[in-house]
Design a protein around this ligand. Structure first.
Ligand code: HCB
Length: 212
């Protein structure tokens, strides 16, 4: 099958909120592609398009929620295909979450799943996570890395707050920080002193491995 065509079919099904069509196309795609590629280049690509249309006022919040639902159904199917991270090949410990005041968790959850299936021990704190919880959890599980997601310009500051609290607690030298989410960029990461910025889940896995 034509992989480009299948990825487009998946993205289109997400944009039009057709869960059944998403599932059917994912079934076809998983025979010829890696789950990570289908998530990044099919499902996420569709959701990004939904974001652009929403920003332009071409579609409204209920549509975004339905598209997110269709996308999540596709991700669930693919998660089952990802290799289960095993204790024996534990690469490192990561605490991952979405900053306080921010309920966007689709991308953050994909990142957690991909990290886990790549062999990391992942503690996903969920969404709307108070700054202190990131730091306390990292301490409790002796984390190597904290991943911080923020999807809004109004909550992006939360990433800097976590870094500042790590410094106050004397942990900054011990724990690496990865930031992600639509408004985050490499230059933002540099500005707040994060160790890396990851644009998508595949990059998050690659950069997390580099930081160990
Ligand atoms: Co939402 N929303 N939203 N939203 N939403 C955004 C983020 C806007 C940009 C849309 C817009 O208006 N232009 C906007 C923020 C504007 C700003 O920056 N100030 C916005 C707004 C305003 C809001 C509300 C305030 C709307 C309202 O109620 N009036 C409200 C938020 C309330 C709150 O948080 N307090 C809201 C609600 C929602 C939902 C519930 C309808 C839904 C979220 C469902 C959920 O997450 N459970 C939603 C969605 C889906 C979006 C958009 C359309 C898509 C986000 C998404 O899931 N993308 C988004 C538009 C956009 O992002 N441009 C829009 C797909 C995933 C796969 O990509 O970028 O999240 P991702 O994650 C990637 C990547 O960033 C990276 O890897 C991931 C996987 O590839 N990454 C990490 C992410 N986290 C990482 C962590 C790491 O450690 C490493 C890498």
């Amino acid at each position: 099958a034509d992989t480009e065509g299948l990825l487009l079919e998946i993205a289109d099904a997400v944009i039009s909120c057709k869960k059944d069509a998403v599932l059917a196309a994912v079934e076809k795609a998983k025979k010829v592609m890696e789950p990570a590629e289908i998530i990044d280049k099919g499902l996420s690509a569709g959701m990004n398009q939904v974001g652009i249309l929403f920003e332009r006022g071409k579609l409204f919040l209920p549509h975004v929620m339905m598209a997110a639902d269709a996308m999540t159904a596709g991700v669930k199917v693919l998660e089952a295909e990802l290799p289960a991270g095993t204790e024996s090949k534990k690469l490192g410990v990561i605490v991952n979450g979405t900053v306080e005041g921010d309920v966007h968790d689709i991308g953050k959850s994909i990142v957690s799943t991909m990290l886990q299936s790549s062999g990391f021990e992942v503690y996903d704190l969920g969404r709307d996570v108070p700054t202190r919880n990131f730091v306390e959890k990292a301490k409790a599980v002796n984390a190597d890395i904290i991943g911080i997601s923020a999807l809004m310009t109004t909550t992006l500051q939360g990433q800097r707050d976590v870094i500042e609290l790590l410094k106050e607690e004397g942990l900054r030298g011990k724990v690496k920080v990865m930031v992600g989410g639509a408004p985050a960029t490499q230059s933002w990461a540099d500005k707040i002193g994060a160790d890396c910025y990851a644009e998508n889940a595949s990059e998050a896995v690659a950069k997390a491995k580099e930081m160990l």
